[in-house]
Design a binder for this molecule. Structure first.
Ligand SMILES: *[C@@H]1O[C@H](CO)[C@@H](O)[C@H](O)[C@H]1NC(C)=O
Length: 406
């Protein structure tokens, strides 16, 4: 059960949802000092016990969502004087800001950045555990869930980046993982945020999904296509809830889908994860998103381009966009002098190397000294945030890149 569960859960990280009995699989509890206390808050349960100062903020998006952010303003033990550059960490889909805090301090990006002189800001996207409030809507109201990753790019990002900019009076460095890269690229391509960003590091960059061709991926993508969408409508996708459970059961029952062999056949082999961290991840880190976000990913996979959410009829698209088809994001419009670092894995079957090459092709006119692309042959999707050697393999270079573009 544990192994199957683990394999299934990896598939969550991009856009495919599955459910398994996590509690059953993982009796013992580990790394977070007191994981169940995480409900008391990230600062007291996770950050303070490691010896770091921690502050909590909230920010309201233009469309009324109230998001929580956490800040680690100093190195471990506190106190070096002098101005620290802000960095914002944006997690991927079906995860939250704990993404950056799961390993011991010398391995987790948030702590590593704090210890290297940065002022670290961690976001939690709408709908995830600490960001489930809205000025007028409740999460039980379907209208709360009427968004896809377009809104994460056009509302959540400007709100969180804006708060950091306002609080620190400085432009910031950005780190995104998985969907956190897609939302940034989309926003940058429309000229948003670029006046507040010094540089961006994109880990497991996701834009095109053309080459995500594994049986389970195709099955999930078709399950989130328009035909079955009617049954779900505008709703929450809670991987641990009834919708998630039913979805898993139906996908695993499809011909050609072997739910016992997902590691090899879908996500690619993560080389370097710590079992204790994985247990915590499985137990605490499967966060809800909107069904519409998964449908949007499914559209990206099936059509090949990078466009806004397709409402499914020319009339509905006309109402939303003033055009009968959803508008495209033009990645090549990203300002050519915006420093970008892309780090991608040779074994990552969600952010496939061929799809990253499509993305790099869109960036071919980028200023050569402002674009770094690093292929880590042995890495898959989760190694970039949870790999025990990610500091040596990825983060040291990322920090050097941030220093260079300060
Ligand atoms: C794995 O995580 C545990 C708990 O945080 C830690 O004690 C251990 O040192 C880690 N192992 C490695 C190889 O980093």
């Amino acid at each position: 059960m544990g192994f199957r569960c683990w394999l299934l859960v990896i598939t969550f990280v991009l856009s495919m949802g599955f459910h398994c009995e996590l509690a059953e699989a993982h009796g013992q509890r580990q790394p977070l000092q007191s994981p169940e206390a995480a409900d008391d808050g990230v600062c007291t349960a996770v950050v303070n016990p490691q010896g770091y100062e921690c502050q909590e903020y909230e920010v309201k998006t233009q469309d009324g969502y109230i998001l929580t952010m956490h800040r680690i303003p100093q190195a471990r033990g506190g106190g070096s004087a002098g101005k620290r550059q802000p960095v914002l960490l944006q997690h991927g889909v079906l995860m939250d800001g704990l993404t950056w805090l799961l390993n011991p301090p010398q391995q987790s990006l948030a702590f590593v950045l704090a210890d290297n002189g940065f002022d670290v800001w961690i976001t939690h996207g709408r709908g995830t555990r600490w960001s489930r409030r809205h000025e007028s809507l409740d999460t039980s109201d379907p209208a709360y869930w009427a968004w896809s990753w377009d809104e994460l790019a056009s509302y959540d990002l400007p709100a969180t980046v804006g708060l950091v900019f306002q609080q620190t009076g400085q432009k910031l460095h950005y780190v995104g993982h998985s969907m956190g890269t897609l939302t940034a690229l989309s926003a940058f391509s429309e000229g948003k945020l670029v006046d507040k960003i010094k540089s961006a590091a994109l880990l497991s960059p996701v834009a095109y999904l053309t080459y995500m061709t594994t049986p389970i991926g195709i099955a999930a993508a078709s399950a989130f296509s328009g035909e079955t969408l009617g049954a779900l409508g505008v709703a929450e996708f809670d991987p641990k809830g009834a919708v998630g459970t039913n979805f898993l059961e139906s996908v695993c029952a499809m011909p050609g889908v072997n739910c016992y062999d997902l590691m090899a056949s879908f996500t690619g082999p993560n080389c370097c994860l710590n079992d204790s961290t994985v247990n915590v991840y499985l137990k605490y880190e499967l966060q809800p998103t909107s069904v519409r976000t998964l449908v949007h990913f499914s559209q990206t996979f099936r059509r090949g381009g990078i466009t806004k959410y397709d409402y499914g009829s020319s009339m509905a698209n006309m109402a939303a966009y003033g055009e009968s088809s959803p508008p495209e994001y033009h990645i090549s419009n990203i300002p050519h002098d915006l420093p970008l670092l892309l780090s991608y894995g040779g074994g990552d079957m969600l952010s496939d190397v061929k799809d990253v090459q499509l993305l790099l092709n869109d960036l071919r006119n980028h200023d050569a000294d402002k674009l770094v692309a690093q292929l880590v042959e042995e890495y898959a999707h989760l190694d970039f945030v949870m790999g025990v050697n990610a500091k040596q393999v990825v983060y040291d270079g990322l920090i050097a890149f941030f220093y260079k573009h300060s």
